[in-house]
Design a protein around this ligand. Structure first.
Ligand code: B12
Length: 490
């Protein structure tokens, strides 16, 4: 049997779809071959001829992003394009279409329904795939008992309902992964600015924090799972043999388990890996220990993307952060002491944000050597504390703080952003006025005017989506192009 594994999100510059190594390996274990296609590198005609000339027994699709999570006048939303891909696959392949990935796992039942795909695996449930294949091709087992499975349950005479099974029981040890099904050389470019294309390795998985807007705990699990230093290093060695020396460690937060982070760096240091590799990762100001800070400069670390969220203690609490301004000061102090490169980010515009709280955050960084990405506007995702609060508070269109698709979108599938109405239409002019160092603060998308005009089903934006993604990094003052930044996640 042979499956096609497809990365369905068109993004420039593309990041290697590491997930497809996990999926291909699970399939190989049960004797199924696979071919990999990344839609970022191909047009629809190429995909069509691939499907025409090969009889695939099934197709697995990874959906990395639900959108850009950066507000702008024209929003990015890839699902309509992915739905077309699924329809195209169905024309040529009668086997099952199975969907998974970070974007998918944000609202798996709804997305399975929207795409018209057959099955989904939500979260890190790649090891449930063989059970599903056994059920589909050998009629063995019961879909109701396959962890992580998302599927249609037909009851006689009625419309089918989509069910989602629970995740597998927690196990702390994250198993080793065989790499090399994805052609990473196609993506890789050396050089710090090309981090999007670096080899990517997961050293731990899961996020124990409670940031009110973030999907990470829901899609990766709240309890942290850890890969052993030996197993991580085996993956590093695979990449090194291919000439790939720069990595993005894809943990939710590298220091979500600080002891495990320290153990990995000590292991690398002892074996001289700091001379062979360079790497980046995300970390949180909470639990940023001195031991970790001291090891980082001797481990090949190129930089740490660190989301401060805010500086004002009131706003940090509103964002659900588990730390305060003094923890941020402490982390920055350690960074300075040990010569670390931090790439910071701030999430502005949340509940109770005012121009004063924004001024407090900007002024804090005066004289601090740290570039800051500003995300103005918070994407309201379902299955997050913020999303649930917004849904319970009444209709989207009646909430004057909401922008994007505010009509006919109660389940929040399509992009909706929260921007505190206190800020005013010209908030970017204000930011530009108060920013002391123009080369320190930038945004992921072009600065915009906050406008309350309703256009079709949308407030404050052009009522159509970009389905292919790219960043438009710009300094806030003056508007000048910037290379894609590290702090681009949230
Ligand atoms: C590292 C990272 C980056 C790096 C990537 C660098 C690199 N060289 O790879 C950088 C900084 C470039 C980046 C950029 C962006 N990112 Co990012 N990123 C991540 C991060 C931390 C890791 C991604 C990863 O590789 N994970 C490891 C792989 C193995 O995990 P996985 O893809 O989830 O796959 C697992 C499962 O989902 C499952 N699975 C996946 N697919 C399938 C399919 C099937 C059939 C099955 C059975 C299973 C399955 O199996 C895998 C193993 O468990 C994730 C969060 C996370 N912890 O995963 C955010 C994340 C993916 N990013 C996100 C976002 C928003 C972005 C940006 C849009 C940010 C922005 N505004 O610019 C851009 C988009 C870039 C792009 N290329 O698409 C969001 C996406 C969700 C959303 N909100 O839509 C995430 C989830 C973060 C978050 N919590 O919000 N990112």
């Amino acid at each position: 049997m042979i499956f096609l594994l497809m990365s369905a999100h068109r993004w420039d510059p593309p990041s290697p779809p590491a997930a497809l190594d996990y999926v291909a390996w699970e399939l190989e274990k049960i004797g199924i071959d696979s071919e990999i296609a990344d839609i970022s590198f191909m047009d629809i005609e190429e995909l069509e001829s691939l499907l025409q000339s090969n009889q695939y027994d099934g197709v697995c699709v990874t959906i990395r992003n639900l959108e850009r999570t950066a507000f702008s006048e024209k929003l990015h939303f890839p699902l309509p394009a992915i739905k077309k891909l699924v329809q195209l696959v169905k024309t040529y392949c009668s086997g099952p279409i199975i969907v998974g990935g970070n974007g998918f796992s944000i609202m798996p039942e709804r997305i399975l329904d929207y795409l018209g795909a057959d099955y989904g695996i939500h979260g890190g449930g790649e090891d449930s795939l063989p059970l599903l294949i056994k059920y589909l091709f050998e009629n063995e087992g019961d879909p109701g008992k396959i962890p992580h499975l998302v599927y249609r349950q037909n009851s006689s005479g009625k419309k089918s309902i989509i069910k989602r099974n629970l995740m597998s029981p927690y196990k702390r040890k994250l198993p080793a992964v065989k790499r090399g099904y994805v052609n990473y050389c196609r993506y890789f470019r050396p050089g710090y600015e090309n981090f999007s294309r670096f080899g990517n390795i997961e050293t731990k998985r899961g996020c124990p924090y409670h940031c009110m807007y973030c999907v990470e705990p829901e899609i990766k699990g709240r309890k942290v799972r850890v890969k052993s230093p030996e197993d991580v290093t085996q993956e590093v060695d695979w990449f090194l043999r291919k000439g790939i020396t720069c990595f993005f460690l894809t943990d939710s937060e590298f220091n979500a388990d600080c002891e495990a982070a320290v153990a990995l760096l000590q292991y690398w240091r002892k074996r001289g890996y700091h001379r062979k590799i360079q790497w980046l990762t995300y970390a949180t100001p909470a639990h940023f220990s001195e031991e970790l800070a001291a090891l980082l400069p001797q481990s090949g670390n190129l930089g740490i993307a660190i989301d401060f969220g805010h500086i004002s203690n009131k706003m940090l609490a509103n964002l659900g952060k588990s730390y305060t301004k003094s923890d941020i000061e402490e982390a920055l102090h350690l960074g300075e002491q040990y010569g670390l490169t931090f790439k910071g980010s701030l999430i502005l515009g949340g509940p109770e944000e005012t121009r004063e709280t924004i001024r407090e955050a900007i002024e804090f960084f005066h004289g601090v050597v740290c570039e800051i990405t500003i995300a103005l506007g918070i994407r309201v995702f379902p299955n997050t504390p913020f999303g649930e609060r917004i849904r319970k508070s009444g209709s989207l269109v009646d909430n004057p703080n909401l922008y994007g698709k505010v009509i006919d979108n109660d389940d929040l599938l399509e992009p909706v952003y929260y921007i505190s109405q206190e800020l005013g239409e010209d908030i970017f002019d204000y930011l530009s006025d108060i920013i002391p160092n123009p080369q320190q603060f930038y945004t992921l998308a072009s600065p915009f005017k906050v406008q309350s005009v309703i256009n079709g089903h949308f407030r404050g934006v052009i009522p159509e989506y970009k389905t292919a993604g790219a960043l438009q990094m710009q300094y806030i003052t003056p508007a000048k192009e910037k290379d894609a930044s590290l702090s681009s996640r949230k």
